[in-house]
Design a protein around this ligand. Structure first.
Ligand SMILES: [Zn+2]
Length: 320
């Protein structure tokens, strides 16, 4: 993607997955989109990606039976409308009073159902991933932002009255801490979000002629190679995550915790999950101390698959 001077250079991939009902293979189209671009740009990209991936699946658009959409915000479970927005796609100014699912549905001429992206990741891990053999799952999606999806017995996604349930990244760890993008202070996201972890590394290397990692993936790779700074940053992120998860385990007592998002790519135990489990054991009640923490099995496909399954479920179709 080309940028004019002054435009947002930070990009994240917009993704559109598709799957034929008669074929388990997942087709995925991606396109980088600037994180600060307005919702209209995201919607145009979503339409292009939809058309591309439907074409790759060798079906007609008319054969499309369901469209699921993952959004980085709270979604009212009764209406599919966003109630709390944390990214540019959420800005109501640009798309009037419409929520993203309605706006995309009008452009595609199809019914679109939406849910929070962490909820979708949790749902997919529960159905076909790291939680497919259990009843209760707490799924963490930790990348640039930090969120969670809560699955209760029978595949029920706990969304709460306003869709705010699972906003794990905004659990307060330090009431006098750094101000968060949500307006509160000391949220978990201000300690383990991608921007904050990269900033710690940059600070440690300040004044030295070392090329610092610019993405979470690069940071994890350098930790994997044994670089002391990156390893310490990641292990401390694991400890902070484990402390926060101890509070979750005392409240929800899930069967298992799954770590997804880009932080979930640090799957080696010594990088993140081992320190997280140690801290969980130190702070959770005795009955909740041994709840296992495992990495995602679906990786970056988790929320994409979840969107497909949500679309199928909205039509009363089997999700297998
Ligand atoms: Zn916050």
């Amino acid at each position: 993607m080309r940028h004019r001077s002054g435009e947002d250079r930070r990009t994240v991939p917009g993704c559109s997955p598709a799957r034929r009902l008669d074929d388990p293979q997942l087709h995925v189209a991606t396109e980088p989109v600037g994180v600060e671009r307005p919702p209209s740009v995201w919607l145009e990209a979503a339409v292009r990606l939809f058309e591309q991936v439907v074409d790759e699946s060798r079906v007609d658009k008319a054969d499309t039976i369901s469209v699921g959409m993952g959004v980085p915000g709270a979604v009212d479970p009764r209406t599919s409308r966003m109630t709390h927005r944390v990214s540019p796609i959420g800005s109501r100014d640009e798309i009037g009073d419409e929520d993203p699912a309605t706006a995309l549905g009008k452009k595609l001429g199809l019914r679109v159902v939406a849910d929070n992206d962490a909820n979708l990741g949790a749902y997919a891990e529960y159905l076909v991933g790291a939680g497919r053999d259990i009843e209760r799952l707490f799924y963490v999606k930790a990348s640039r932002g930090v969120g969670a999806g809560i699955i209760a017995g029978g595949g029920l996604i706990i969304r709460g009255k306003n869709g705010v349930a699972g906003e794990f990244g905004h659990m307060t760890l330090d009431r006098f801490g750094t101000v968060c993008k949500c307006g509160s202070r000391g949220c978990l996201e201000t300690a383990i979000g991608e921007v904050q972890l990269l900033e710690q590394v940059r600070h440690a290397y300040a004044g030295r002629s070392i090329q610092v990692p610019r993405t979470l993936d690069a940071l994890i790779e350098r930790a994997r190679l044994g670089e002391a700074v990156e390893l310490r940053v990641l292990q401390d992120a694991g400890r902070t995550l484990g402390f926060a998860l101890a509070q979750v385990c005392n409240l929800l007592d899930p069967d298992r915790i799954v770590i997804g998002g880009r932080l979930g790519q640090a799957f080696e135990r010594e990088l993140l999950i081992g320190p997280a489990e140690e801290e969980l054991r130190r702070y959770a009640l005795p009955g909740a101390r041994n709840i296992p923490i495992v990495p995602t099995q679906l990786g970056g496909e988790a929320h994409l698959r979840g969107a497909l399954y949500l679309g199928l479920r909205s039509h009363g179709l089997a999700t297998g």
